[in-house]
Design a protein around this ligand. Structure first.
Ligand SMILES: *Cc1c(COP(=O)(O)O)cnc(C)c1O
Length: 365
């Protein structure tokens, strides 16, 4: 049996009628850029993410850039983020004009350690970008307490955490703004690139909308210098077709995680993902730790099970950040994790026999 890492084709086959109709409607209406499909999705996603405004854009990376530019990040400002994320989170801090300051993660949850944030604050710190990594919320109470005490903004990177909750409250509703990616493999994925920023701040939403659309809200009235970062109509219609399924898909991921947890947590050397109290995990990725990770991955791959490493090099140690001269002992948890993490096949449609196969192969290893 082969077990793919994810199966986007299977998801499509299950809702083919809805997707095909959505695409056909956009073509029929010539609604390729802007238009009602984009407006509708923005409203639907604002409601689903329990925020007042959704500003759609071209991808989750641009979403981070737009939010920071709208918050008026200045040269010399410092923005704190986690050592363990996809590079967009850190790279956009630089592109928005500020300096990146990395913090280590908590020992068990892979999310940013609030104690490390507190220790990293300087008079130049302006904001914090926690990442709800793999689908588990960061410790938002502790992070918001630090932000309030030091008058910092917070942008939540929710690219992996659609519908996750912290103490019952939706991720993306704690800070000034929150960014989402709808990259095809994300929990809510388009059929191409797509992203959004959500916020409860109307002025911030308007500023981000202008920035994303050549600096204006009305054609030929460019109030500022913007960029072109649009969600296209086709992707919006596809996302609208998928959004009603997201809650059920999320539950299916959580159910699959319980199967993995039960099957793997007694196996020597395997550390299953820890979920902190009062945080719901939406399992964009199901990532275990293992001291002989590379050999385990090779064993699984040789037996038809696809795996991934998210991510093989923690951000401070990437060539892109060599200029910062970081050392492993500054980020002990992120550094340990980069050598031990392994993401197992995880998608809403994964079958019990597929999961049993993965568990069996890990046990035999
Ligand atoms: C996917 C992702 C992004 C970037 O999203 P794109 O749509 O690929 O640009 C940003 N941050 C995190 C944590 C991600 O997983």
């Amino acid at each position: 049996m082969t077990v793919p890492f994810a199966d986007l084709q299977l998801q499509y086959q299950n809702i083919k009628g809805e997707i095909d109709a959505a695409i056909a409607a956009v073509i029929r209406d010539n609604a390729f850029i802007r238009g009602s499909y984009v407006d509708d999705f923005e409203q639907e996603f604002a409601a689903a993410s329990e925020t007042a405004h959704c500003v759609s854009c071209a991808n989750g990376t641009d979403a981070l850039y737009l939010a920071m530019r709208a918050l008026k990040v200045q040269p010399g400002d410092e923005v704190i983020t986690t050592a363990h994320s996809w590079i967009s989170t850190a790279a956009m801090i630089t592109h928005a004009g500020a300096n990146v300051v990395f913090c280590d993660t908590e020992a068990g949850t892979f999310t940013i350690d609030p104690a490390a944030i507190e220790a990293a604050i300087t008079p130049r710190t302006v904001g914090i970008i926690p990442v709800h990594l793999y689908g588990q919320p960061a410790d938002m109470d502790a992070i918001m307490a630090i932000a309030n005490k030091h008058k910092l903004w917070v942008i939540e990177d929710c690219a992996q955490a659609h519908l996750a909750r912290y103490k019952g409250k939706m991720v993306g509703t704690f800070g000034e703004a929150a960014t989402y990616s709808f990259y095809p493999g994300k929990n809510l994925g388009a059929m191409g690139d797509a992203g959004a920023v959500v916020t409860n701040d109307a002025a911030l939403a308007e500023h981000m909308t202008m920035l994303a659309r050549h600096g204006g809200l009305v054609k030929h009235q460019h109030r500022i210098e913007g960029i072109n970062s649009r969600l296209d109509g086709m992707q919006a219609a596809i996302l609208s077709a998928k959004l009603p399924h997201l809650a059920a898909w999320t539950e299916a991921r959580q159910q699959a995680a319980r199967v993995y947890d039960a099957g793997l947590n007694q196996i020597e050397d395997v550390v299953v993902p820890e979920v902190a109290p009062e945080r719901s995990h939406v399992y964009h990725l199901y990532t275990i730790r293992h001291p002989r990770r590379d050999a385990l991955a090779a064993h699984l791959n040789a037996n038809g099970v696809q795996t991934a490493i998210n991510y093989p090099t923690a951000l401070p140690f990437l060539a892109a950040y060599a200029r910062l001269g970081h050392r492993p002992e500054q980020f002990p948890n992120a550094h340990r994790d980069q050598g031990q993490i392994l993401s197992l096949p995880m998608f809403a449609e994964i079958s019990r026999p597929q999961q049993d196969e993965v568990i069996d192969l890990v046990r035999k290893f």
